[in-house]
Design a protein around this ligand. Structure first.
Ligand code: NAD
Ligand code: TDX
Length: 353
């Protein structure tokens, strides 16, 4: 079987491709990676596999390029679609690339999959499409109510994918996973940003009052969930993939400070993200019952291993961070705190403990 994996030079897609390529099962797929190599993508995330693995082909290109996508679809049986603009703060600063890649790119892939008779299309989405939930957890039938340009563009792509199932009968399956962490995550998302700042002795920017809650999922569990949806899911269905560990950003920060042998003097309370969602929480009963999905990584050892990976892989993240700093203001109005994307830092409040 030939599988097209989009966005597999990024954080989660590369972990998914590595997982598939580790397998020595006789029916393990041939993997074609299509990735534009934006700021968030790097061939190094695939290690030595590019050019060195007999079942991997890497194609640099844009999912909006209909001619390229059409050609690739003639060569594959199934698609797993990770490629996206993925960082909320960037979408608040400038939404154009989000609409282009996440909406138009997904539609370009769906059209090509349909016209070339691709048998299965897994669309990788996010819990953020549901909006924000103060109490309880979302099931898959919740109406979508996204709040950021990022999540609105993902919701649009989910609905397009479902429309290709309902209108054309294309076998589309959607996963909606919670906040994902692990090695190879670009140091703009909160966990790798805070770890790398702390390892450099730099302060970390905590948005607002830090009471926003996120549900954390290890990247390997995310990838297993996507693979289960591909292999065992049903056409036209949506599957929530949660990690089960729900923490306020203050609680998360506390754990990261401990893991990096640091303290609250390194925390800067900065102006809140615009439209900041208060809480995400997924009900994963459907994925558990239908797919046999359950996360395997506990958060405490998962986070410790992630911190260890960033400690040991400065060569990977230092150039990314310096490039980001050199690019400067596009995604940041203030640079007093590294990574304070749209927030205006102010003096730290009194030490918190
Ligand atoms: P990422 O930003 O690390 O990687 C995105 C990849 O897509 C990069 O390699 C980039 O080069 C590529 N890409 C971007 N635009 C492209 C285009 N036009 N054509 C081809 N390739 C392009 O993202 P990630 O965190 O790995 O997220 C992967 C998917 O999972 C996304 O669809 C995201 O919405 C979803 N998701 C992410 C999380 C999370 O916490 N990171 C949680 C739930 C769902
Ligand atoms: O510097 C920061 N300070 C801070 O307090 C950053 C970057 C974030 N935060 C807060 C905002 C959020 O409440 O931490 C929380 C997590 O922020 P991000 O890492 O930016 O993730 P989030 O906005 O929750 O979105 C992520 O999860 C769902 C991914 O980026 C999305 O791609 C995914 O769909």
């Amino acid at each position: 079987m030939n599988l097209l994996v989009t966005g597999a030079a990024g954080f989660i897609g590369s972990a998914y491709a590595r997982m598939l390529l580790r397998s020595d099962a006789p029916d393990a797929p041939q993997v074609t990676v299509l990735d534009k190599l934006t700021y968030a993508g790097s061939v190094s995330n695939l290690g030595d596999l590019v050019g060195g693995h007999p079942r991997l082909r890497f194609v640099q290109g844009d999912i909006c390029d209909a001619a390229l996508v059409g050609k690739l679809m003639t060569e594959v049986h199934q698609v797993v679609h990770f490629a996206a603009e993925s960082h909320v703060d960037r979408s608040i600063e400038e939404a154009g690339d989000f609409v282009r890649t996440n909406v138009l790119g997904t539609q370009t892939l769906l059209d090509a999959a349909l016209s070339h008779g691709v048998e299965r299309f897994v669309h990788v989405s996010t819990d953020e499409v549901y909006g924000s939930i103060e109490h309880g957890s979302w099931t898959e039938d919740r109406p979508l109510a996204p709040n950021s340009p990022y999540s609105a563009s993902k919701a649009a792509s989910d609905l397009l994918a479902l429309s290709y199932h309902r209108t054309h009968g294309l076998d589309v399956r959607i996963t909606r996973a919670s906040n994902t962490y692990g090695p190879h995550q670009f140091p703009e998302k909160v966990i790798p940003l805070f770890i790398t700042n702390l390892l450099d002795g730099e302060p970390v920017p905590l948005y607002g009052d830090g009471r926003n809650v996120r549900e954390w999922l290890h990247v390997e569990d995310h990838c297993r969930g996507v693979e289960l949806a591909r292999a065992r899911g049903r056409p036209g269905q949506v599957y929530n993939l949660g990690g089960g560990t729900r923490l306020t950003n203050r609680e998360l920060t506390e754990r990261l400070l401990d893991a990096c042998e640091s303290d609250w003097s390194m925390v800067r309370h900065v102006t809140d993200r615009k439209g900041h969602d208060l809480r995400y929480s997924l009900d994963c009963g459907k994925a558990r019952a239908e797919l046999g999905y359950a996360p395997r990584h506990d958060f405490v050892p998962g986070l410790a291993a992630t911190v260890a990976w960033y400690r040991e892989n400065r060569d990977w993240w230092e150039p990314l961070k310096h490039r980001r700093a050199a690019n400067g203001g596009k995604a940041r109005r203030h640079r007093a705190v590294k990574g304070a994307a749209v927030a205006v830092p102010h003096a730290p409040r009194e030490r918190e403990r």
